[in-house]
Design a protein around this ligand. Sequence first.
Ligand code: PLP
Length: 371
Amino acid sequence: MAHYQGLIHRYHDRLPVTVSTPIISLNEGNTPLIELVNLPKQLGYDGRILAKFEGLNPTGSFKDRGMTMAVTKAVEAGSRAIICASTGNTSASAAAYAARAGMTCFVLIPEGKIALGKLAQAMMHGSVVIQIEGNFDDGMRLVQEIASEMPVALVNSVNPYRLQGQKTIAFEVIDALGDAPDYHVLPVGNAGNISAHWMGYSESVCQQTKACGLCNGQCPYHGAASATHRPVMLGYQAAGSAPFMRGGPVANPDTIATAIRIGNPMSWNLAWAAVKESGGWFDECTDAEILAAQKLLAQSEGIFCEPSSATSLAGLIKDLARGKIKPGGTIVATLTGHGLKDPDTAIAQSEAPYKVSADRTAIGALIQRYL
Ligand SMILES: *Cc1c(COP(=O)(O)O)cnc(C)c1O
């Protein structure tokens, strides 16, 4: 295959671009779909569980999928500056793609509740970082007002091009598996991503299936990234920040999973539609369950995702234990961001390193304890 050049290039025929669209890309997408080899057995599941590791995107989260589209379209429309509110990853991604495009980038972030790696990225890529005395939902309201009055393009997921880019994750999963999985699990914050997953899966159902309802995946109409069905969508929230479980906005969302610390999700209706049409559901996980899942994944499979991302697994563990998942199927879990984004949380929940003298005997005695 030719040099991979990013998801717009790869899926241009399914995205709102033309041959003259100036593509701004960092070769995002094409992330690995990693088969979990130890956890299914540990969790007593006889089917397959695969992790779509979005932490391996250029800035370390799935936000790059939407940002390549949003920034590309902003450039195409002649914008010189972009703005977003962010819990961290959107700002990191917007800052990187704006740098690539030679644009000015403004990011509004909640004071004090942003993971260290994400802040470093926004700063390093030269964006104008504005910490507000408020949370994400306050920032979201403010950037919408500002973008409607000033010459700056809004690149939060209310920008429809974000979801267009993000839907490509479903195409990649189908390309890798040859069909859609039975279940797709992911964390839900502002709810753009679950909506985009569903859009991607819905657009991939083989036209022949729609026409005759009999697709076996082998008909001549069944092209690349075509599926015979759509997965059941399961969206998991953090308990302290679970508006979909409460039935409406949450005033003061709080969770260690800062990327999903959002009380008033913008894609409310789209996310509900995804869950209902797919026969899925929402559920919530405590911070303790989220951190335990993050550690379990890191120590059982060698995959280090950030706390918000581990909500996928935390929720799945509960649903498997309750018998809500049918046996023998294929489950894909989106791991939305890389663990290195939030080193503070990782270190805080781990054993401190041993301190010993630089002495062969002392170190040998320590090692002996583990053998
Ligand atoms: C943005 C983000 C989410 C939440 O995605 P939404 O589209 O806002 O629901 C989850 N995890 C990580 C790591 C994120 O950056």
